[in-house]
Design a protein around this ligand. Structure first.
Ligand code: GLN
Length: 474
């Protein structure tokens, strides 16, 4: 499939049309969606209208945006007015949002064509997309394996060439880990860079929307289009979107890049081998390599599984059978609330709500939630010390390549460990990118993770591009 960059060039120059590009995307979706279960909803009418709008503008000689005519897949936890939005949960089945997320508005303003909503782990809780109420998504590279999660549908859409780019959300790794398992670029932007307005909240202090793509440049173009201050999100950074695509070829000459022991410890040998080779490539490209140990990172998983469920237990209280989607009747309001939530939420969501409610309850608050917040502060300080010595950090994205269905579903702890290398970035509110680099078991792709301080996206893309050029030869 063509890159987003190429599609936009062709549509602007008249070499192609948005409607032709959309037809190709829809044909690819129809060819494999039954097999892979990538899209929960394909918005054919809305997409045709958006594509026609772009073509009309081109015909009138009006300016069209940097994503003119580019089909985009949207994780189904982002609101799009009138389009069913489920979070892969029965509790939201049939709900159509009355407004659009800022990212959707900005995509349309950039000329992009949202084609539909992709599958995810229910409320973005999971690492394999097996927690969806609407069935798992299959990995297009090997349909007997998971695509990762929770943004598994968006990753699979790009990996299966259904769309060149997609949006996911990353609370503890849900963009980077599926990107690694599907052989894609995946970006977790700095907290506040992309508006969360219209993103259905999981853990508000950690959630960020970000891009999936096959090339670094496409990820940069997509992030530029959706980033920048939004008055509708009180945690939005005050400045406009940074320039990213103009800097992808800046290289790494003179950059200090630190290999972090805790970001490879416990990973499969083939994953470690890919990281080691990536370090060599960056060194050959002019970076200064050092090695660091940041022991605080080992506390990330424990702190995350208190903070994220605590926030989730509060955020998910709104699904009470009164305002959204599902209602199961009971003899009084409380019985109705209980029956609705019992029927509407899946096992993992219930587990998180119970964990979070417990961690926040009187008598336990200081011991669990309060303690986790202290660990979070220590982690922020530890990253700050690391970034005094290095410009960027490097490690693995996920401990292994894509794993077979069912291999971790009976053991929540094994599943949680999929995110051991990605979670620290979310706790610190910083930025990271996963780059497909090398291969492991069964020839499946391995992901290398580059991490940077807040607002370091341009540097991260430049370093990722060095690895990409080595892998793809261009
Ligand atoms: N897998 C992690 C979890 O289950 C992260 C999910 C995410 O980033 N949305 O919470």
């Amino acid at each position: 499939m063509k890159t987003a960059e190429q599609i936009a060039l062709d549509v602007r120059s008249g070499a192609s049309t948005a409607q032709r590009e959309l037809d190709a995307s829809l044909a690819a979706i129809h060819a494999r969606n039954d097999e892979l279960n990538v899209f929960l909803y394909v918005d054919e009418d809305g997409a045709r209208a958006a594509a026609k709008d772009v073509d009309d503008k081109v015909a009138r000689g009006e300016s069209v945006g940097p994503l003119a005519g580019v089909p985009v897949a949207i994780k189904d936890n982002m609101c799009q007015v009138g389009v069913p939005t489920t979070c892969s949960s029965r509790i939201l089945e049939g709900w159509r949002p009355p407004y659009s997320a800022t990212v959707i508005t900005r995509l349309l303003a950039a000329g992009a064509v949202p084609v539909g909503k992709t599958n995810l782990d229910e409320f973005a809780m999971g690492s394999s997309t097996e927690n969806s109420a609407f069935g798992p998504t299959r990995n297009p590279l090997d349909p007997s394996r998971v695509p990762g999660g929770s943004s598994g549908g968006s990753a699979a859409a790009v990996a299966a060439d259904m769309t060149p780019i997609a949006l996911g959300s990353d609370t503890g790794g849900s963009i980077r880990q599926p990107a690694a398992l599907c052989g894609l670029i995946g970006v977790k932007p700095s907290y506040g860079l992309v508006s969360r307005y219209g993103l259905i909240a999981f853990a508000s202090s950690l959630d960020q929307i970000g891009p999936f793509s096959k090339t670094v440049t496409d990820a940069a173009i997509l992030l530029e289009a959706i980033a920048g201050h939004d008055p509708m999100d009180s945690t939005s950074l005050p400045e406009p979107a940074p320039m990213l695509s103009a800097h992808v070829n800046d290289g790494v000459v003179g950059k200090r890049i630190a290999l972090v022991r805790e970001l490879i410890d416990g990973a499969d040998p083939d994953v470690v081998a890919s990281v080691t080779r990536a370090v060599e490539v960056l060194k050959d490209a002019g970076a200064t390599i050092l090695e660091l140990s940041i022991p605080e990172l080992q506390l990330g998983l424990s702190a995350y599984y208190l903070i994220a469920p605590a926030e989730a237990s509060s955020n998910l209280a709104r699904y009470d059978g009164v305002r959204f989607g599902l209602r199961v009747d009971g003899e009084d309001v409380e019985a109705m609330n209980t029956a609705t939530r019992t029927a509407g939420f899946g096992a993992e969501v219930k587990r998180r709500i119970m964990l979070g409610t417990y961690a926040l309850s009187a008598g336990y608050f200081d011991a669990y939630y309060g303690q986790a917040l202290k660990v979070r502060t220590q982690m922020i300080d530890a990253f700050k010390r690391a970034y005094a010595q290095a410009d960027l950090l490097i490690g693995a994205t996920a401990p292994s390549v894509a794993f077979p269905f069912g291999s971790k579903t009976s053991n929540p702890m094994a599943m949680y460990l999929s995110d051991v290398f990605t979670i620290p970035t979310n706790l610190a509110g910083e930025a990271a990118i996963s780059v497909p680099f090398g291969a492991g078991e069964a020839g499946l792709p391995t992901g290398v993770q580059l991490l940077g301080p807040g607002r370091s996206e341009a540097q991260l893309f430049a370093a990722a591009r060095v690895l990409e050029r080595e892998e793809r030869g261009s």
